[in-house]
Design a binder for this molecule. Sequence first.
Ligand code: GAP
Length: 441
Amino acid sequence: MAEAAQDLMSTIVSLCKRRGFIFQSSEIYGGLNSCWDYGPLGVELKRNVKEAWWRSMVTNRRDIVGIDASILMHPKVWEASGHLSGFTDPLVDCKKCKSRFRADHLDNLEKCPSCGGELTDVRKFNLMFKTFMGPIEDESATVYLRPETAQGIFVNFLNVQQASRLKPPFGIAQIGKSFRNEITPGNFTYRTREFEQMEMEFFVPPKDDGYWYEYWKKTRMSWYIEYGIRPENLRLRDHSPDELAHYAKACADVEYRFPFGWSELEGIANRTDFDLRRHSEASGKSLAYFDNDSNTHYFPFVIEPAAGADRATLAFLIDSYAVEGEGKEARTVLRIHPALAPIKAAVLPLVKKDGMPEKAENIYRDLLDHSIRSFYDHNSSIGRRYARQDEAGTPFCITVDTQTLQDDTVTVRERDTREQFRVASGRIVEVISKKLNGKPL
Ligand code: GAP
């Protein structure tokens, strides 16, 4: 990574810790490699990212429903899906310094890139985490932590279809944790061993797969742009045939220009009828769909937009980060889309006297009562308080000042422009709600 990019990543990591977005897991014990904890601001941001995804994929559509499947599934699921035999990375170890590398990430398989030592032969390493179900730790009790949420959708395909009375084309969406014993995790929350996926399997008549593949590529690109990723930092990259997963007829990655280079945010794949057929064969229970119109059974094809909640959250954070102005005017600001911002409004009494804190407290209470995530702050100068909120990405600051005591109006300051306007304090909930929804006042 170039030095400037490295500096930007370090700045983001330290801002995340200082402001309570993301902490290293088990930090007081020296941390656990590749595991991260979301703090008070981070948990709100990530929830908002997941909610924005769910709204656009489920809530606002008539053709997609959601499920929440369990993380532990029958081990035969992973046999049928191909994960037990095929979900592997090629691995080499250094015989001298014991470092471990992905063979496909090395140019030279003769020498260790860290110490020059001799490397072992390439071995296949299965990425699934194993554990045991029940008190006896033997082979028959082995279960796996799911490496993707998709399989919970496939095995439930007919349950959901029949319960919801949906006809292809229709989709099933799920958000949840997945686990992969990655050989080389890194780049902060970009590649971790425990992460959250936002996946949707869209079941279509086989003849329509091309149309829906194009549709989902376009729709998913627009979603990132709608929520603030700059178009010049986003691209769609088609997989070459030798890159395709064993189940895919076609695949494209939505990539973001991270400081460490263009990297995948989401994969959009045409999985054909691979999974439904494999589970039908392996379980002996057909997952074919019965089409009333033609009076026939068929296996729908599947178009799958599969995104990572942690990667999307990191991209929204990095893309919104800016340092502006110079000298006294300099500020750090997170220009996060208001729908994703962890805190929507900060309420600030100008001074801690003359009834201003009481007035501010009432406004704060009112915002909370209307489920607008807000923050109350009366410590330090007003300039410092604005700066703290800019850095946290808060789109609006509401200041109770001397004029409030005369005419009951307050100042609303907008994060991005720093412009201010006054409104009657009784209208604050309405004004902030309209602003958050992009409606005129
Ligand atoms: N069901 C298909 C599937 O799982 P994938 O491309 O392996 O496809 C989908 O994963 C998304 O999940 C990725 O685009 C990425 O955003 C996220 N993801 C995958 N592995 C990850 C990891 N180790 N750490 C963080 N996110 C990960």
